[in-house]
Design a protein. Structure first.
Length: 277
């Protein structure tokens, strides 16, 4: 990709944006020489622009490979963008439908730092429900584990290096190797389960929401007490949950090249998924 030189543009800004675009398509990072070649720029120019991007957190350099990649400042801006979107209008009707179908609380979460932040939630219509906060540790909630499973490997490695896996219950995955194996399973099956890992008596299941670039940007989940949200019920509602996530993804611009057979829409069942159904 060549750096564009617009007649009425600011060259330094255009070149910096071209660098960010190049880094965005190379998650393992790029060196100065390769960036200069791809963008048809002098190495000194690329180095100077990268230094500025690093200083403001839009890029970062790996100490071992000396390659550059996108910085966490872009994550913060992306989260701000997500917060500005009218998620209530877009997502809440689907969360409401899920809650009415399952009889449990439904929610949509995104990663914010090392935690999962719940942008929107529809409370269970049941008289007895569960107490859920606005945030939760990513490694012991269904939505958080789902989002961790789809992180680029280097991001996940950084997370595990800085995150203390505090055990909240006897079921919490507090061993990094055990958690990594669990995250691999989540990515392979396309959904995540949380079985009393954050709090005793609480279960949950979550599936991914994709953006226009095919990246996982959020997770939609169902949570409830173990006496109602049994494992049998969870496995029966997984397909419907994934179908909801697929529809929301389409509204966010997601356009898959070819949909997998496992993603085929399932008809809304006559059989209720509420407790006892």
């Amino acid at each position: 990709m060549k750096a564009k030189k617009e007649k009425h543009g600011v060259h330094s800004v255009e070149r910096a944006l071209a660098i960010l675009e190049a880094l965005g398509t190379n998650p393992k990072g790029l060196g100065v020489t390769r960036l200069a070649k791809e963008l048809d720029l002098h190495k000194s120019t690329v180095h100077r622009l990268l230094a500025t991007l690093v200083r403001y957190g839009f890029a970062e350099q790996d100490e071992n490979s000396e390659c550059y990649r996108l910085g966490m400042r872009l994550v913060a801006l992306g989260l701000n963008y997500l917060h500005q979107l009218d998620f209530r209008c877009e997502v809440l009707p689907y969360l409401k439908e899920l809650a009415e179908l399952t009889g449990e609380t439904t929610q949509m979460g995104v990663l914010e730092g090392d935690e999962v932040f719940f942008l929107e939630r529809y409370q269970s219509p049941e008289a007895i429900t569960v107490n859920l906060g606005l945030k939760a540790p990513a490694y012991c909630s269904a939505e958080g584990k789902l989002l961790l499973a789809y992180l680029p490997p280097e991001r996940l490695r950084e997370y595990l290096q800085r995150q203390e896996l505090k055990p909240f219950t006897l079921n919490t995955l507090s061993n990094p190797e055990q958690l990594l194996l669990h995250l691999e399973k989540i990515r392979a099956q396309g959904y995540a389960l949380s079985a009393e890992e954050l709090a005793d008596g609480l279960r949950g299941v979550a599936a991914p929401v994709f953006d226009a670039q095919g990246r996982v940007v959020a997770a939609i989940g169902v949570a409830g007490p173990v006496n109602r949200l049994t494992l049998e019920r969870i496995h029966r509602l997984v397909n419907i949950l994934r179908e909801t996530c697929y529809i929301v993804s389409l509204r966010l611009g997601y356009r898959p090249a070819r949909r997998r057979e496992s993603d085929t829409p399932v008809p809304r069942p006559n059989l209720s998924l509420q407790n006892g159904g």
